[in-house]
Design a protein around this ligand. Sequence first.
Ligand code: SF4
Length: 255
Amino acid sequence: MALFLKILEKGDRLDEVVMVDLGDEYQATYDTLLYAASICLKEKIKFTVLSIPETEEYRKLKAVTGTDLGMFEFMVFAHKKQNGCKGYGWCGKRRWGTAIKRQLLNNYYQSLERFVIEYVGIAADEVQRIDIKPHKNYAKSYPLIKWGMTEEDCLKYCYQHGVQWWQSGIRLYDILDRVSCQHCQQKNLKELRNIKKYLPELWESFKQWQEIISFPYRSDGSTIHDLEKRFDCEVMQISLFDVGLETSIEVEAIK
Ligand code: SF4
């Protein structure tokens, strides 16, 4: 969003905005993209949404079971893999969703039949993420790095422009380091704790997903259910400590 707003502010050329919607975004992300789409409409910039196309396997399952799974969830739980097992499970350590995203973008660029310059929103303090590989039909450009805008600068800039990712009464960047896919396996303990506390419905869905996915959420072997117990214990310990603290303060006062 910072890259998009800054390009517009500088009056640089922007022909099209392409969003890849894997189907597991936060509501706040969809709201933000709607805002971006409205700006594109006003500025006469093409706005394109790419999503995972339905496969024959998915259509068959739908015809038989009437499933209302989206394609992302279908890949998580039901897609039959080459080894015969069902579902890719959590995405984040094995980044199968990222591979799909790259493939969708690449197919789209190849379909345009002209050379494309892709502006990528990698910030000045994450240069290790840039991709210098040559690509057929397109090249990547990293304007945020050229402008020296760090991740923190970008967030500040978005906030100043009224883009704050509000959801359920909180700003997502106040509780998350990154607003990625909702069920991304790359979330750290702080983010997971905050999701349990501030986005309880999402936490419930994490538990439901874990019941179906055959491997644990974390690479140390912890499942979402283990994490739930851990976080509940932490809350109990904190409240016991609070009671202890209050009692000792009262004793002090009586003395
Ligand atoms: S954000 Fe996470 S879940 Fe989404 S595609 Fe990337 S690695 Fe996968």
